[in-house]
Design a protein around this ligand. Structure first.
Ligand SMILES: N[C@@H](CCC(=O)N[C@@H](CS)C(=O)NCC(=O)O)C(=O)O
Length: 222
C-alpha cells in the first residue's frame, strides 16, 4: 500500500493514524508543501487519482482512493481487524456523525485561526477584520469544545472502543492547539480525553511529526 500524505495535512494524518491502529505496512510519500505556495506544484500521482487534487490518496494494488472518510471505510472493509467503527447500526451512525462534525464543523473556525498566523495585512482595516474574525472563531471553538466534551461516553467518544470519530476529533484538537486556539481547560472532559489519546502511539506519532513539520515549515509560529 502507498499513501500520498502531507506534512501539515490534517486529513492525511487521520489516515496515517488509522493505518497505524490497524497495524498495516505502507509506503508514505509526502507531497510538496510550503506555507507560501501551499500544495503547489501538485504531485502528478495525486492529480491522476483525485479530481480534487488533494491528499490523502491511498493506493492499494490497482485501487487509488481519495478522501480520508472514504479511505477509513475502505480500510475497515478490507482490513477489519482491529475494528475502527462500532458494531451496531446506531452507534456506527453516531460515529460517522461525530467524524463529520469534526471534519466539517470544526474546520470552519479553524480557517480564520490559520489566517491569523499569516503575515499582517498592510491595510489596517483588513488586519482588524482578520483579528475580529479570529476572535469570533475562538468563541465558536470554545462552544465546540463543550459540545464535544458532552459527547464523550467513556475513555473514547463511543465508550470503550477507539474509533474513527476519535481520530477525526483528535486531529482537529491538535490543529486548534498548534494554531494557538483556546486552551482546553474550559472543557475538562475533552482535555482528559485528549491527554488519553496523546498516550496512544498512533496519535502521539502524528502529533510529534506535525510539531516537527511545523519547526521546519512554520518557523515563525510562536
Ligand atoms: N475531505 C477531504 C479533504 C482533503 C483536503 O482538504 N486535503 C488538503 C490537505 S489537508 C489538500 O490536499 N489541499 C490542497 C488543495 O485543496 O488544493 C478528506 O477528508 O480527505
Amino acid at each position: 500500500m502507498k499513501l500520498f500524505s502531507g506534512p501539515l495535512s490534517l486529513f492525511a494524518r487521520k489516515v496515517e493514524i488509522a493505518l497505524a491502529e490497524k497495524g498495516l505496512a505502507y509506503e508514505r510519500e509526502m507531497v510538496p508543501f510550503t506555507q507560501a505556495q501551499g500544495y503547489s506544484p501538485k504531485h502528478p500521482a495525486v492529480l491522476a487519482a483525485n479530481p480534487k487534487g488533494q491528499v490523502p490518496v491511498l493506493v492499494d494494488g490497482d485501487l487509488a482512493l481519495f478522501d480520508s472518510t472514504l479511505i477509513f471505510e475502505y480500510l475497515e472493509d478490507a482490513y477489519p481487524a482491529p475494528p475502527l467503527y462500532p458494531r451496531t447500526p446506531r452507534e456506527r451512525a453516531r460515529c460517522r456523525m461525530l467524524e463529520l462534525v469534526a471534519d466539517d464543523v470544526w474546520l470552519k473556525p479553524l480557517i480564520p485561526m490559520m489566517r491569523r498566523n499569516s503575515p499582517p495585512d498592510p491595510d489596517p482595516a483588513r488586519q482588524r477584520q482578520r483579528e475580529d474574525e479570529a476572535a469570533r472563531a475562538e468563541d465558536e471553538l470554545r462552544g465546540l469544545y463543550r459540545a464535544a466534551a458532552a459527547e464523550i461516553r467513556g475513555d473514547f467518544l463511543l465508550g470503550d472502543q477507539f474509533t474513527v470519530a476519535d481520530i477525526a476529533l483528535f486531529m482537529m484538537v491538535v490543529w486548534t492547539q498548534r494554531l494557538g486556539g483556546p486552551a482546553l481547560d474550559s472543557a475538562p472532559a475533552l482535555a482528559a480525553w485528549y491527554a488519553r489519546l496523546l498516550q496512544r502511539p498512533s496519535c502521539a506519532t502524528a502529533a510529534r511529526e506535525i510539531a516537527e513539520a511545523d519547526r521546519v515549515l512554520s518557523p515563525g509560529r510562536g
